[in-house]
Design a binder for this molecule. Sequence first.
Ligand code: DAH
Length: 349
Amino acid sequence: MNPLKDKIQAYIEDIQATSIEKFQDRAAEVEMFRVKYLGKKGIISDLFEQFKAVPNDEKKDLGKALNMLKVAAMDKIEEFKSFVEEHEAEEQAHDLTMPTDFAQLGSRHVLSVVLNEITDIFSRIGFTVAESVEIEDDWHLFSALNFPPDHPARDMQDTFFVEKEEGKQEVALRTHTSSVQVRVMEKTKPPIRIIAPGRVFRNEAISARAHCIFHQVEALYVDKNVSFADLKQTLLYFAKEMFGEQTQIRLRPSYFPFTEPSAEMDISCSVCGGKGCNICKGTGWLEILGCGMVDPNVLQACGIDPKEYTGFALGMGVERMAMLKYQIRDLRLYFENDLRFLKQFEAIV
Ligand code: DAH
């Protein structure tokens, strides 16, 4: 048998054993392979040269082998090509140098926006922010604030108690931020001028108009000669800053255990300007907050001499402020984190 035949067979095996996956530089090595076998001076053309000198009776057999070699080389190149095409598409799909689809920036929650605004308004007239615990004892929540022992707020139906055992200090989630008043007065000598923003908790069924978690801002001013006129002027300033220069206020007598006298403040309806609409239920007024002169019993309980000092306090709900300012109709929207709701406040910072 012609020795060329063995050689051809060895080449075929070499071709079949060649795998593009082992190539380091795919394009260059594919080209090298092509030149090696199918180039003008490559193995196959060289073999065809030699083939000319093969004796005629061996030509048929050897020619067949030579053709098989050529087909094997060409098939291999086809295989390389489709491999490259397939992988290029895949590699492009994972091109790490491509610009990314930028993650969308979030925006401030409407409650934070309103809270910041309230804080800002009070800070312009010298109030600083005081913060305190959300889990409070009975003293700071009720007793020091002059709540009588049988006040309904001490009832399980209104308050989430953490600990309520006979003879033990009662501990609860704070039902109002008025507790911060007590905390501050206990450890600060007047003059005191603080606002206390924060979360509060009440045992309420969740609906469009009530929630078990909400936010309040408490304000407290204690000094010598603080009068109801100071309170009224502060309220008017706040209402105008918050709801616009044209806003009017009115005070209605009310009752809170920790203030005497106590009042509730209404503002002229910010939607209809006082003419009457469905937001103000036709009255022209919107109820905004509770306030009053700090009860002397409260000052006394916190170690401040009520003969020397007087003070005023006020408390408001942040959700309610935001509802009135942006005409939000359902309290639950604040806590559902529905982007369609949140995105409406993107432009306000
Ligand atoms: N703590 C009251 C509440 O949760 C709000 C309040 C009313 C606070 C009158 C005050 C105030 O400081 O003077 O409903």
